[in-house]
Design a protein around this ligand. Structure first.
Ligand code: SF4
Length: 300
């Protein structure tokens, strides 16, 4: 670090500010910066924050285990043991692409289904998109044998990127559609994955921007107003999207549109979205005949 004293409060509005502040204070590590940002602004010691984040990681790990203990079935019947189906597929060596890919899908479903069954999850950034970060990050980092401490630190990167989206757009499906929930979850997961792979700022920015770009325009149209269909499977798409985008960034592909501008685009798209596609269940999949039958059954 330089001799420039770090102020008691760090003010940042977007990722460009983060880059500038990191340069100013000669901080090389993105997790270190976001940890410092949280510590200064919340007036909590970094060691305490690290310990809290370690606990969140533990809850995420437990949510995968719990989500795989038995078939998850919701009272509506819309969620009916998808993670368990994936477990059987893996056990019978019938994966289309390979066990790691299937495991990502299985673990993402496990957490997302657990959420639908009112189990304990970490909202990351929301409960509706809670399967993405654990499903992709924990599965891949376990496979790559990334040390726990590094994974904990990567959650500060995920949180910091989520904060940048929250400050400039939204993380809420009711406000900006599912692009704000599963799109954001995918973006923060890609960033955390690339941090775990020791990538630099540009690489992390690109992977995260790709992930958000790919899910722009995604509407929020939950069947019968339940966070079940299409939510649970959308977690899987966001999860594999995060990995694909991290992989592209890892290969050296860089984003044409900076992360901050992608976030701005997401904000504008969200503001242009009709209310029928923002968690009201008045449009999209929610008004399909099959969905209406479920709604009617729920009412009767
Ligand atoms: S469709 Fe709506 S309720 Fe479901 S996960 Fe997406 S934003 Fe959340």
């Amino acid at each position: 670090m330089t001799n420039i004293p770090i102020p008691n409060r760090i003010r940042i509005q977007n990722l460009h500010d983060v880059r500038m502040q990191m340069k100013k204070f000669d901080i090389q590590d993105l997790a270190e910066f976001f940890l410092l940002y949280e510590s200064k602004n919340q007036e909590i010691e970094p060691a305490v924050l690290l310990s809290k984040m370690d606990y969140h990681l533990q809850v995420m790990q437990e949510s995968i285990i719990k989500g795989l203990q038995k078939p998850n079935v919701t009272s509506s019947g819309l969620i009916n043991g998808g993670a368990d189906h994936m477990k059987q597929l893996l056990q019978h060596n019938q994966s289309l692409v390979g066990p790691l890919f299937s495991k990502v899908i299985m673990n993402t479903l496990a957490v997302s289904e657990l959420n639908a069954c009112m189990g304990r999850i970490v909202a990351s950034p929301t409960a509706g998109s809670a399967g993405v970060l654990p499903g992709a990050l924990l599965t891949i980092t376990q496979h790559k044998q990334i040390p726990r401490e590094k994974v904990v630190r990567s959650l500060f990167v995920a949180g910091g990127m989520g904060e940048m989206i929250s400050l400039n757009a939204s993380l809420s499906g009711a406000s900006h559609g599912c692009q704000a929930e599963n799109g954001s979850a995918s973006a923060i997961t890609a960033a955390a994955l690339l941090y775990c792979m020791d990538q630099d700022f540009d690489c992390i920015e690109s992977g995260s921007a790709f992930a958000l770009k790919n899910l722009l325009g995604l509407v929020c149209d939950p069947v019968a107003g339940l966070v079940e269909v299409p939510c649970v499977k959308r977690n899987v798409i966001a999860s594999v999207n995060a990995i694909a985008c991290a992989e592209m960034a890892l290969s050296g592909i860089r984003t044409v549109i900076p992360f901050d501008e992608v976030v701005k685009a997401m904000d504008l798209i969200g503001k242009d979205m009709p209310s029928s596609l923002r968690e009201t269940s008045l449009g999209g999949l929610a008004v399909c005949p099959a969905a209406k039958m479920v709604s009617n059954q729920k009412r009767s």
